[in-house]
Design a protein around this ligand. Structure first.
Ligand SMILES: Cc1cc2nc3c(=O)[nH]c(=O)nc-3n(C[C@H](O)[C@H](O)[C@H](O)COP(=O)(O)OP(=O)(O)OC[C@H]3O[C@@H](n4cnc5c(N)ncnc54)[C@H](O)[C@@H]3O)c2cc1C
Length: 468
């Protein structure tokens, strides 16, 4: 349990900026604050920093970078912002949307130029709601590699990252000014650090089943597939400090988690022509709506599961993704020479699956239209040998949280900032509106890296003002 308490008589050590959490947000914040002249300590509860960042695909959307231009795509932050707002049904804070869509490109170029991260833009498929190819990934295309590269950059820059250090208390003077933190070691020992600014980069509350049940009952019974250490500490401190909080019902779900293997099956399979059927062999949705909201739709099916159905061409696309290759290696991917053979392998009624596939072929040929409204005519028809993987819906991370301004400063309900508290990533309210439908693919790392980039600079400036 975390708490807010008055300052102790003295602190064990002092620094300028304390960053809570060493995921993508915390490491970006730390690197930027260090470069901006502050003394920084990043505190991480785990013995090795991984966070949800290392579990993710590591795809970060950004407009107008030289990496995007290198594959011939020209894009402005305004275009990206329009996609974000369209998915969020116009319910994302325009100031934060503007901030993150403008800052993320410079942030990725800075991570490349100052810290040696390499970016490639995925140019072969578009996620739902993306009008341009803008997903940046490190060459390995995994969140684990992204974290490894950020940690390497942290080491090279001399950033202090202290592990096995769960921040349990924020020390607050006059009800609003954070003078330092207490951290608790795994053996229960405590240490205190005085500081001039604190950045909460400790993600959301997906790992706190009570907060999930309170705020997002629709996903409370589903598997949580994010980092278990993300137990909502930022939200709990925000409550205790009387900070403004918003959109706590928003989250990133996913409707394609291999079951029971617990491996993410890329949504590229759906975007490029695959379908989802339920245990009765019937489609139940437009698979191009978005993988986030698909979590709820899959969970509503008999047994809370669906089968992703696709062909060998799409299997080839899947093999470009490390997660998918892992699913193949574990035997999660089944196959059959045609619909009847596949149905018998996966235990569906042959007639039902054959009927569904015949309908899909008619949608692809343009002779019938899909009652769920999906356009099948722009991708090749499913053909030849068929593949299937059983999936379920899951909660990946929460998107609501502390309301921040474009300087990543945590705000009070009246819109004024707390003097020296900052937040980014899953700890801050994101840009996905108030519900699962509002999550545009990439919104998670977008706010982790862009707000971390901003928070590092503003927290360093704030601590500098106090040094003078
Ligand atoms: C399977 C999966 C795939 C995803 N794929 C993508 C993707 O491709 N693109 C995308 O944009 N998003 C993706 N996401 C979402 C993305 O992973 C998160 O939005 C992002 O990693 C958040 O970064 P963060 O730094 O805020 O949090 P994290 O990376 O989770 O880091 C938070 C850190 O804070 C630590 N911490 C928590 N509390 C404390 C405390 N009190 N004291 C000290 N440390 C603490 C945690 O241990 C953790 O290391 C995916 C998520 C999942 C689960």
């Amino acid at each position: 349990m975390v708490s807010v308490a008055p300052p102790p008589g003295s602190y064990d050590i002092e620094t300028d900026v304390v960053v809570v959490g060493a995921g993508a947000c915390g490491l970006t914040t730390g690197l930027r604050a260090l470069e901006s002249g502050a003394e920084v300590i990043v505190l991480e509860r785990d013995s090795r920093p991984t966070g949800s960042t290392a579990m993710s695909s590591g795809f970060i959307p950004a407009p107008g970078t030289r990496f995007q231009r290198a594959i011939g795509v020209v894009e402005t932050p305004e275009n990206f912002a329009a996609d974000v707002q369209k998915k969020a049904a116009g319910k994302a804070d325009p100031a934060i949307v503007k901030c993150v869509t403008e800052q993320i490109g410079p942030a990725l170029e800075w991570l490349a130029d100052a810290h040696g991260l390499e970016w490639q833009v995925l140019g072969d498929f578009l996620y739902p709601g993306h009008t341009r190819h803008r997903m940046h990934a490190v060459p390995e295309k995994t969140g684990a590699a992204l974290m490894a590269r950020l940690m390497h950059a942290a080491e090279a820059a001399g950033l202090t990252v202290v592990t096995d250090a769960r921040v349990t208390t924020l020390h607050v003077a006059e009800g609003e000014y954070i003078t330092g933190v207490t951290l608790t070691r795994p053996d229960g020992a405590t240490e205190s650090i005085g500081c001039k600014a604190v950045v909460l980069a400790c993600n959301g509350y997906g790992g706190n089943s009570q907060l999930v049940a309170e705020n997002i009952p629709e996903i409370a019974g589903a598997p949580y597939f994010g980092h278990p250490g993300n137990t909502g500490d930022a939200v709990l401190w925000g409550r205790a400090l009387g900070a403004a909080m918003k959109n706590l019902s928003a989250y990133q779900g996913h409707g394609s988690l291999a079951h029971p293997h617990g491996i993410l099956i890329t949504w590229a399979l759906m975007m490029e022509g695959g379908i989802q059927v339920n245990a009765e062999g019937r489609r139940f949705s437009n698979e191009h709506g978005g993988y986030s909201e698909q979590a709820v739709k899959v969970l509503a099916q008999p047994g809370g599961i669906a089968w992703n159905i696709y062909d060998d061409r799409l299997h080839g696309i899947g093999m470009e993704f490390p997660d998918y290759r892992e699913a193949v290696a574990t035997g999660a991917i089944r196959s059959g020479s045609d619909a009847a053979a596949l149905a018998s392998v996966i235990g569906l009624r042959a007639n039902a699956l054959e009927d569904t596939l015949a309908q899909v072929l008619a949608f692809s040929a343009g002779t019938e239209s899909d009652p769920f409204g999906r356009d099948f005519t722009d991708k090749p028809m499913l053909s030849g040998r068929l593949r299937a993987v059983k999936v379920t819906g899951a909660l990946f991370h929460t998107q609501g949280g502390l309301v921040v301004d474009a300087g990543a400063r945590v705000l009070r309900p009246d819109g004024t900032p707390l003097p020296n508290l900052y937040a980014g990533g899953g700890g801050a309210c994101g840009v996905s509106g108030a519900s699962v439908e509002g999550y545009l693919s990439g919104n998670g790392l977008l706010t982790a890296v862009a707000l971390g980039f901003v928070a590092g600079a503003t927290a360093a400036i704030r601590s500098g003002e106090q040094r003078i």
